[in-house]
Each structure stands twice: as C-alpha cells, then as structure tokens.
Design a protein around this ligand. Structure first.
Ligand SMILES: Nc1ncnc2c1ncn2[C@@H]1O[C@H](COP(=O)(O)OP(=O)(O)O)[C@@H](O)[C@H]1O
Ligand SMILES: [Mg+2]
Length: 243
C-alpha cells in the first residue's frame, strides 16, 4: 500500500536516515521504534511531504509522494499526528476536529457532515464531553486525542501516529493501545505508529521496524524484535546514558 525505497536524509552533514526501506500492507498495524534521534519523525515528515528526502522514493498505491505537498498527500488519504501537538488554541475541540473533516480527503463535505463526522471521531477518542471546550483549556493528553481525532476526520486510508503514548500514564497507555486497534478494526484505517518506548507498542503492533542512528537495524514480529541483540544494545546504550 505504501512503500519507501532507499530513503536517505541529510541535515547538513548529519545523516538522519540512511537507505531506509519500508513497506506497509493494507490493514496492518506497523510499529516504528528507536531511541531518541533515530530518525522516526524524519521518516514521517518525508512520507507526508513536510520535507524532501536527499534520495529515495515513497510510493502510495503507485503514486510517487516525494514530489507532492502535504495537503495533497493528505487528500490522497494519508493522515498524521505530530509529536508536538499544535491544536488551534482558540477553537473548540470539535472545531479542531472539523478542520480535519473539511480540509481532508476529497473535500466536498458540508458543515453539517463535517460536524457529524467530527463528533464520531471525538466519540471514538472519548472526548465527547469536551467538545465545546477551547483547545487552550485542554490538558496535554486531551490535546493528543484531539490530534488523533482530527487526523481520522480527514478520512485517511493510512494514519501516521507520531508518539501518541508519550506523556501518558500506564492506564491511559492501555486505553490508547485499545484505541489504535479500534482505529484499524472499526475505521478500516491502516496504522503506521512511531513510539520511543518499546514495551507499549509490542502488544499491539503486528510488525515492527527498528531505527537506530538513521539505519534500519531490525524488522519483524514484536516477539522476534524484543530478542534481537542489536535492538537490545541500542536501547541499553540509551538507558546507560546519564539522565
Ligand atoms: N529540521 C531539522 N534540521 C536539522 N536536524 C534535524 C531536523 N529534524 C531532525 N533533525 C535531526 O535528525 C535526527 C533525527 O531526528 P528525528 O527524526 O526527530 O528523531 P526521532 O523522531 O527518532 O527522535 C536528530 O539528530 C535530529 O536532531
Ligand atoms: Mg520523533
């Protein structure tokens, strides 16, 4: 459904991604993990057209994405969330999600339809009771869920989730993992999911890619990945760092 071949990205002399290949199959939940600075968000930024790769191509159903702009890629059916969420602070939760419905895939939606769709998405993420609350008065966890609802309201075929679990407590993480499964099962959306913490993604993703310093060091089922020597070393190396 979505594939990247030989994705390389240099920021000055720093290779944030080196010859990374990936493919995403329709209907799967694919995890992308790796220590901080591994290049995970950079890969998402390339897929959704925020930045161009130094070399390599990304194709979605045969269409080359690397020449398109983010809004065009969104309209083709790739939604995303950002690690640093930035809702429209002076709009309500509902209005934020309606924005996704109005400017997302296909356009041609009237305000009533956009509102209905946005309510459905807010319901999915459990924020119906906050729909009239201004985004500036939502806490960080609620803002993250608004962000997910806004991405779903664009009616994507694929959603890219960039660290949706960061900052959540263990209970919230369990709920969020269930939510990711429901996004796939009830909304028929294929999920590409970036997470820094390995454990959380392991129970939900069906396949995992591991990045380390911009290189793909492992790929496979969660059970295989968690036993992979290079993966364990990459994470232990990080935990051994001060702080
Ligand atoms: N726009 C940018 N300009 C310069 N360096 C960047 C930029 N974006 C990311 N980087 C660098 O690229 C590397 C990978 O970053 P990132 O993709 O954000 O990692 P991750 O999401 O895995 O934590 C880091 O060293 C980061 O500092
Ligand atoms: Mg990141």
């Amino acid at each position: 459904m979505l594939e990247g071949i030989g994705i390389t990205k240099y920021f000055g002399g720093l290779a944030a991604l080196k010859e990374v290949d990936f493919s995403l199959k329709e209907g799967e939940i694919l995890g992308l993990i790796g220590p901080n600075g591994a290049g995970k968000s950079t890969l998402f930024n390339i897929i959704n057209g925020f930045i161009r790769p130094t070399s390599g191509v990304v194709r979605f159903g045969g269409i080359e994405l690397t020449r398109l702009k983010p809004h065009q890629i969104c309209m083709l059916g790739i939604g995303r969330t950002f690690q640093m969420v930035k809702p429209f602070l002076d709009c309500t939760a509902l209005e934020n999600v309606m924005m996704g419905a109005i400017f997302g895939k296909g356009n041609g939606i009237d305000l009533k339809e956009a509102r209905d769709l946005a309510l459905q998405c807010l319901d999915l993420v459990g924020l119906m009771n906050k729909k009239e609350v201004l985004a500036r008065n939502l806490n960080i966890v609620e803002r993250k869920f608004v962000e997910i609802a806004r991405a779903l309201a664009t009616r994507p075929k694929i959603v890219l989730l960039d660290e949706p679990l960061a900052g959540l407590n263990p209970m919230e993480i369990m709920d969020a993992c269930k939510l990711v499964k429901r996004i796939r099962d009830e909304f028929n959306v294929t999920v590409f999911w970036v997470e820094h913490v390995m454990r959380a993604i392991m129970g939900t993703a069906e396949r995992v890619i591991v990045l380390h310093y911009g290189e793909k060091i492992a790929e496979g089922k969660p059970s295989e990945i968690s036993r992979d020597r290079r993966v364990v070393e990459a994470y232990l190396g990080e935990e051994a760092m001060p702080g």
